[in-house]
Design a protein around this ligand. Structure first.
Ligand SMILES: NC(=O)c1ccc[n+]([C@@H]2O[C@H](COP(=O)([O-])OP(=O)(O)OC[C@H]3O[C@@H](n4cnc5c(N)ncnc54)[C@H](O)[C@@H]3O)[C@@H](O)[C@H]2O)c1
Length: 327
């Protein structure tokens, strides 16, 4: 069991009340000593229900990683930091670019500086994104693909990951970077489409309402959240992953229409309308995308194990039971 490597280790998860951060916290609960820091800004994906079962038994700071003092206290004594805090909305990064810059770039540099000064032995894993590649030149996209972000979020996430890489290479701080593709599962924001369109599809289908598919022919790969947690844990404990950047992805490449059909199939009913991309979204859409994740597969034997239908089924089950806390 990979989790046993974290026994009695001190772990900090920035953005730990969010979708993926809370899944890491729930996985390591009872094994590691967990500290979560999360600003719980309402527009983002943080949700106290994500940590409902564990929140009274962990250290939970409602605080902002943009604050220097918060960060300095946080990094001290930690063995691992899962650095998940981020502004994730692509549209918000265009309408409010400075907030995106502050969280996704400047705060990341502050975290790394605090580590360099106060805890240079820690291992930190950064949640980056496939968005930084922009519109792919070729498919599948591997880690050597040019970085050509199509939105402000992509530029700032790229800066965030490059700081992590630099602090590894120059200062010997142990950092690893995962470039995530579309991640879905229990705990994601379904109130609206701010985090992912899959969220709003799930909300609508559970309410018995039609949902919208924009475009529909775009190819994408999806990871179920448990598989993504596995990748974070594997990268954390392996020294060969230090200073490395890894794509996550899936061999199950499907169009958005096929994803919508799978969702309806798993739910047993539902309907969607195909709509043209709104102009403002089209400009920052990356078109077809799927990853080549052979690097992490070869080095760490990571591969996704939950297929789309199984993952959608588990996700729908979760929101059937816990929907009131998310909708
Ligand atoms: N979910 C995906 O499909 C996906 C894809 C690519 C990359 N990522 C990256 O993974 C990370 C986690 O994403 P997620 O899907 O769990 O999103 P999320 O919004 O659910 O989680 C992010 C968390 O960070 C917190 N946060 C934001 N700004 C903060 C700040 N200044 N200080 C403290 N906390 C702050 C939010 O409150 C939220 O709980 C993000 O960095 C994101 O860019 C996610």
């Amino acid at each position: 069991m990979i989790e046993s490597n974290f026994k009695d280790k001190k772990i900090c998860i920035t953005g730990g009340a969010g979708f993926i951060g809370s899944a890491i916290a729930n996985r390591l609960f009872g094994i590691a000593e967990i500290t979560i820091v999360d600003s719980l800004i309402p527009e983002y994906g943080g949700n106290l229900h994500n940590i409902e079962k564990i929140k009274d038994h962990i250290k939970f700071d409602i605080a902002d990683v943009r604050e220097k003092d918060v960060i300095e206290n946080l990094v001290k004594d930690m063995d691992y930091i899962f650095n998940m805090a981020g502004q994730t909305s692509h549209m918000d990064s265009m309408t409010d670019p400075h907030t995106d810059l502050e969280i996704n770039a400047r705060a990341q540099l502050s975290i790394l500086e605090a580590i360099r000064q106060h805890n240079p032995k820690v291992k930190i894993i950064f949640a980056s994104t496939r968005q930084i590649y922009g519109r792919p030149d070729n498919l599948p996209v591997d880690e050597s693909h040019p970085i050509r972000p199509v939105d402000v979020n992509g530029i700032n996430k790229n800066a965030g990951e490059q700081y992590h890489k630099l602090y590894n290479d120059v200062y010997g701080i142990q950092t690893s970077i995962l470039r995530l593709t579309n991640t879905y599962g229990p705990g994601m924001r379904v109130k609206d489409a701010r985090q992912t369109f899959v969220g709003i599809w799930i909300q609508k289908i559970l309410k018995g309402e039609d949902f919208e598919v924009w475009g529909g022919d775009q190819l994408r790969d999806f990871n179920y959240v448990d598989d993504v947690v596995d990748a974070f844990l594997k990268v954390a404990i392996n020294k060969n992953a230090n200073g490395e950047i890894f794509n996550l992805g899936s061999n199950e490449v499907i169009t958005l229409n096929e994803l919508a059909d799978a969702l309806i199939d798993v739910h047993g009913s539902g309907n969607y309308k195909i709509r043209n991309f709104p102009e403002d979204r089209k400009k920052i859409d990356i078109g077809d995308y799927y990853s080549d994740y052979s690097k992490i597969n070869e080095l760490l034997e990571w591969h996704p194990s939950v297929n789309i239908k199984e993952g959608l089924s588990k996700t729908l089950d979760y929101y059937r039971q816990h929907g009131e806390h998310y909708l």
